[in-house]
Design a protein around this ligand. Structure first.
Ligand code: URA
Length: 180
């Protein structure tokens, strides 16, 4: 699967309202995944995930924790298209996009560590579990980690809040897979 295939997707109605589907980025062959919800406005314009405000917050926090997200991780979203008005993706859209793309990303890159950002990712991929901010669990050979979405970090007040409430978990996450 290459990125161009995703860009040409016409699988669900979201492809009709977004500017373009946004494929995964970073190092797709790596087995460390970061999974968000959906592209936002800037991602929709640029065709790359996590390049808007949330992405900048993620990149900055990860960098402080010793992680270069673009070099160290496969970065992707539950759905590849921006939902109209940034609404939450619907169940049908989530399952269509999983069957068509994200499921194949899992098969091809065989993640061992997956960081889920926000509850759409957690509730869709781990439906029978309840995992809270900073939580982790091992399931189906994958170590899953969960953090609130970076848009929430920004709403909580940015740097100071992130320092205390996100960095310790990001450091722990990085340490776990850097030993691989
Ligand atoms: N939020 C996400 O969940 N994904 C992006 O790519 C950008 C913002």
């Amino acid at each position: 699967m290459n990125r161009n295939e995703i860009v040409e997707c016409e699988e669900c109605e979201l492809t009709e309202t977004c500017r373009m589907p946004v494929p995964y980025a970073g190092r797709n062959e790596l087995n460390v995944f970061i999974i968000g919800e959906a592209p936002g406005r800037e991602e929709d314009e640029k065709g790359k995930p996590f390049v808007g405000e949330s992405g900048k917050a993620l990149k900055k926090a990860a960098f402080k924790a010793g992680i270069d997200i673009w070099k160290d991780c496969h970065i992707t979203n539950m759905v590849k298209c921006r939902p109209p008005g940034n609404r939450t993706p619907e169940k049908g859209e989530l399952s269509a996009c999983f069957s068509k793309w994200l499921g194949r990303e899992f098969v091809e890159s065989n993640p061992k560590h997956a960081l889920l950002l926000g509850k759409t990712a957690a509730e869709t991929l781990l439906p029978f579990t309840s995992i809270g901010h900073g939580g982790k669990l091992k399931l189906k050979g994958i170590m899953w980690y969960f953090l609130y979405h970076p848009s929430y970090w920004l709403r909580r007040g940015g740097d100071v809040w992130v320092e205390d409430n996100v960095l310790p978990y990001l450091r722990e996450w990085g340490e776990a897979w850097k030993q691989r």
